[in-house]
Design a binder for this molecule. Structure first.
Ligand code: SAM
Length: 296
């Protein structure tokens, strides 16, 4: 008997978003849709004229429903898992079921859709090269304090989720953790009518929300320590010289490996990094194992 496939299907995070044609095709074809809230998903499916059997799968029944879904998959049924919004498994149930299925040798296929964290980060204008997703900070106590300490020392951009009724507290806790001067972007109501990116500092948002009532859903994108330090503390001459040296050495080594003549390497490296031509020549010659020359 062929076993079934578990599809992880992304759904919109706001009513301006849409299902992808592939997601619709899969939801139409599967035997069963496991949904965080069957009423919410029934509404979504009705919008697309889909009639599919629904089964609830939420954080309070992951263990027993996970086993049931695994057994159905092993019997050859195909199952799609959807969350109320966005990507299943991202601050939503899903990862447990994927683990159970992976352990049982059941194929898992992802059908990506929206994810609030990625949408918020994308529009934030903060560094997206390297980031961490922290999700919801724990509500209280030692774990919250530890999480805040970790966020404060994190070098990469940090992405958080927050509910409107807890936004003020989270902003003031971030300020208390010494992050008042960090840039932060509150991305609210993404792909909804009142979508908005509030670009400020932590202190700036604290004072804004002293006046305004937080409304809607929020992704908070916080500047990491590295970007903050670069912004508030311009590099001194020694640091600049070190950075230029490092960049020139890496580039020279690559060009030496490519077999370019030392004179050409010196010209290129000097132009690209700002290292004086004579020093670039000596560096390239040394990397190639030549004896240093005076004439460049
Ligand atoms: N699985 C979802 C995803 O892929 O983004 C996240 C679900 S989590 C339970 C809900 C949180 O996601 C909200 O409290 C909010 O922080 C964030 N969120 C969801 N939809 C959003 C939207 N349209 N705009 C801003 N944040 C949103």
């Amino acid at each position: 008997m062929t076993i079934g496939t578990l599809y992880l299907v992304g759904v919109p995070i706001g009513n301006l978003g849409d299902m992808t044609p592939r997601a619709l095709e899969i939801l139409r074809a599967v035997d069963l849709v496991a949904a965080e809230d069957t009423r919410t998903t029934a509404g979504l499916l009705a919008r697309y004229g889909l009639k599919v059997k629904l089964e609830s799968y939420h954080k309070h029944n992951t263990r027993q429903k996970g086993d049931k879904l695994r057994d159905l998959l092993l019997e050859g049924r195909s199952v799609a898992l959807v969350a109320d919004a966005g990507t299943p498994g991202i601050s939503d149930p899903g990862s447990d079921l994927v683990g159970v299925c992976a352990d049982a040798g059941i194929p898992v296929v992802v059908v990506p859709g929206a994810c609030a964290a990625i949408a918020g980060l994308t529009g934030s204008g903060l560094c997206t090269d390297r980031f961490v997703f922290e999700g919801f900070l724990s509500a209280a106590g030692k774990t919250r304090r530890m999480a805040l300490e970790q966020v404060a020392s994190e070098r990469r951009t940090v992405v958080l989720y927050e509910a409107p009724h807890r936004l003020r507290r989270t902003l003031s806790d971030l300020a208390q953790a010494g992050l008042g001067g960090r840039r932060i972007v509150a991305a609210r109501e993404l792909t909804k009518l009142h979508e908005e990116f509030l670009r400020s500092t932590v202190d700036g948002l604290v004072s804004r929300y002293t006046e305004d009532e937080p409304r809607g859903e929020y992704v908070l994108v916080l500047e990491g320590l590295e970007a903050y330090e670069e912004r508030v503390r311009p590099e001194d001459d020694g640091e600049k010289a070190e950075r230029v040296e490092r960049a020139a050495r890496e580039r020279s080594a690559a060009l030496v490996r490519d077999g370019l003549p030392v004179r050409d390497i010196a010209r290129m490296v000097s132009q690209e990094t700002g290292l004086p031509r004579k020093e670039a020549y000596a560096m390239a010659a040394a990397l190639r194992g030549d004896r240093p020359k005076d004439d460049v």
